[in-house]
Design a protein around this ligand. Structure first.
Ligand code: ATP
Ligand code: MG
Length: 567
């Protein structure tokens, strides 16, 4: 799919259709959306879908998108998450300019709206315990029943609610509930709780409040206070929409946002719920939120994913109402496509095998000067020195080659990328292992010269031994080995599906010396191997650490093809 095609797909999703109609009919002059994360964890790739939708629409229709923290639960929230979330959204290239808000900015107005409901006898203070409230609520198949406190007078309710605010009651003794319908088929309408007592300081309002509004009450009203026109959320909120509308109606909200639901992103071989991500971090199944195996935005960034790959991914998966599961290789392909366009090329040998070119003069060095990028001449060229001792990858040599093996084996020839054709004359062993090859090169085969009548099919990469740089390389694989982690476990324990081989560290790799100039977070294509990013956290002055972003091909597709590239 080309970029143009994928843009065309995105531009036609059902939400954009609604928006176009609303603009055409004059219902709205300006589109206002919001991205409303709860600061109780860092963002993951599912959030990228929502960010791309909300900020993307605001940009496309020249509207506005609020970056709003939904900070109504001080127990689980943390300022560290706020900083991380803002960094991630910025990294995706979005700017909220003056529209950074917090649900807590509206606590006073929300409180007033709650009083409006009480005055209208549309809300009451409940004295039943949490347990009793649950019992009275009924089930999907049986109706709920009215609480004995449902008929408290407006005056009593107002007085109790004001005292709740003043801190005169303990946590969990009273709550404020909407008075809707205990027999509604929609459980969300069976007198939902609007406020609870939590004597916990809030990260922004400190000790000013000891009652906090719940999500359903807060969300729609915050939308209305910001003049949001389209409140875009995931499908699990579909059953909350009647409540969303009920609250706006009953308080005569300043404006009436339209809630529209779309399907959330599910990605194979991963988990995308904050609760599970927190567990992975806390139980140290991964090194942290930004572990390159995590599908958090910080993890993907550290792994070397460019933000453009996530945009491409979001465009490709599009927006719809149907639940779906996206294959991991869709995401990986986006990284490959974007990095292919931008990543400078370099050679790196992951499993070095020393090769001595016996007919090459001992103190001689020559330099090849290949392009940094085959299609972007402006990126210039790099200097690749060649000398008598080089390293090739152990995997590019086989003593007993199978048929059609085009790489190096005893008595056979191979081309060294950018350099010469060499022939393997002798294999040196130590304790039964191959430790060195003795080869001869043919000076007539210098890259660029006419290869006279020679048919050497294999081309391998290499680095000059004396000019090479040591590096540590971390090969990452999918964090889970099952497409739907936890699915085959009776208790749904997704931890049993962790891929024990999701990280492999190799610390004696050799790269081109050019890489000593690399900056943290730079991504290279190691020719024939994959895309690798300089780890921004653990690279040291004396040893660069590279994270494998993605292999060149989808190794999970089990396409075992003989691989040779053209010189
Ligand atoms: P989680 O389910 O991972 O714990 P959440 O929905 O509780 O996430 P919020 O911080 O409330 O996380 O999410 C902010 C916004 O991102 C919401 O509008 C939510 O609908 C959206 N969002 C969260 N997860 C996904 C997902 N997997 N796909 C699309 N949008 C998502
Ligand atoms: Mg949520």
């Amino acid at each position: 799919m080309s970029d143009n095609n994928s843009k065309a797909v995105q531009a036609n999703d059902f939400i954009r259709k609604i928006i176009r109609e609303d603009l055409a009919s004059g219902k709205h002059q300006q589109i206002v959306t919001r991205f409303p994360p709860e600061p109780n964890g860092h963002l993951h790739i599912g959030h990228a879908k929502s960010i791309h939708l909300n900020f993307g629409i605001a940009k496309e229709f020249e509207g506005k998108c609020f970056m709003r923290f939904d900070d109504t639960n001080p127990i689980k929230e943390d300022e560290e998450y706020v900083e991380g979330i803002l960094k991630d959204v910025r990294w995706l290239g979005y700017d909220w300019s003056k529209s950074l808000t917090h649900a807590s900015d509206y606590f006073e107005q929300l409180y007033e709206f709650a009083e409006v409901l009480i005055q209208k006898d549309k809300a009451y203070v409940e004295s039943l315990s949490t347990e009793e409230i649950r019992e009275y609520r009924g089930t999907l198949t049986s109706s709920g029943k009215d609480s004995p406190y449902r008929e408290r007078s407006v005056e009593e309710n107002l007085s109790l609610f004001r005292k709740m605010r003043k801190g005169e009651y303990d946590d969990a003794t009273l709550v404020l509930r909407a008075k809707i319908d205990m027999s509604s088929p929609n459980i969300n309408l069976r007198d939902p709780v609007l406020y609870r007592i939590r004597k916990v300081p809030h990260q922004r309002t400190a000790n000013k409040w000891c009652i906090y509004p719940l999500y359903d009450f807060t969300h729609g009203l915050s939308d209305a206070l910001e003049g949001v026109t389209h409140s875009l959320c995931t499908l699990e909120f579909e059953d909350h929409r009647p409540l969303y509308n009920w609250i706006l109606d009953e308080v005569s909200a300043p404006c009436f946002p339209r809630q529209i639901e779309f399907s959330r992103l599910n990605l194979s071989y991963s988990v995308l719920s904050k609760r599970k991500l927190i567990q992975l971090v806390e139980e140290r199944h991964v090194e942290g939120w930004d572990d390159p195996r995590m599908l958090t935005l910080s993890g993907l960034r550290r792994r070397g994913y460019p933000a453009s790959a996530l945009h491409l991914f979001c465009e490709r998966i599009g927006i719809s109402k149907s639940e779906n599961n996206i294959e991991m290789n869709v995401l990986e392909d986006c990284a490959r496509e974007e990095l292919d366009k931008t990543a400078p090329r370099a050679m790196a040998v992951l499993k070095p095998l020393k090769v001595v070119i016996t007919n090459y003069p001992e103190n001689q060095t020559e330099e090849f000067e290949p392009a940094r990028h085959p299609k972007i001449p402006e990126m210039g060229s790099r200097k690749v020195p060649f000398s008598r001792e080089i390293y090739i990858d152990h995997d590019d040599f086989k003593e007993d080659p199978p048929p059609k093996y085009f790489r190096l084996s005893p008595g056979k020839e191979v081309r060294l990328r950018y350099a010469y054709v060499i022939r393997c004359d002798e294999v040196i062993y130590e304790n039964g292992n191959v430790t060195e090859l003795r080869c001869t090169y043919d000076p007539k085969t210098r890259s660029g010269a006419k290869a006279e009548g020679r048919k050497v099919k294999g081309i391998i990469h290499w680095v000059s031994a004396q000019h090479s740089l040591n590096a540590e390389i971390r090969l990452y694989d999918r964090l889970f080995e099952a497409p739907q982690p936890g699915r085959n476990d009776p208790e749904g324990n997704y931890l049993n599906d962790l891929n024990r081989e999701s990280i492999k560290v190799i610390n004696d790799c050799k790269t081109e010396t050019e890489l000593s100039n690399a900056n943290l977070a730079d991504v290279f294509q190691f020719e024939r191997v994959g895309y690798f990013c300089v780890d921004a956290k653990e690279s040291r002055q004396d040893m660069l650490v590279f994270n494998r972003t993605v292999t060149l091909r989808d190794t999970w597709a089990k396409l075992e093809q003989e691989y040779s590239i053209q010189d």
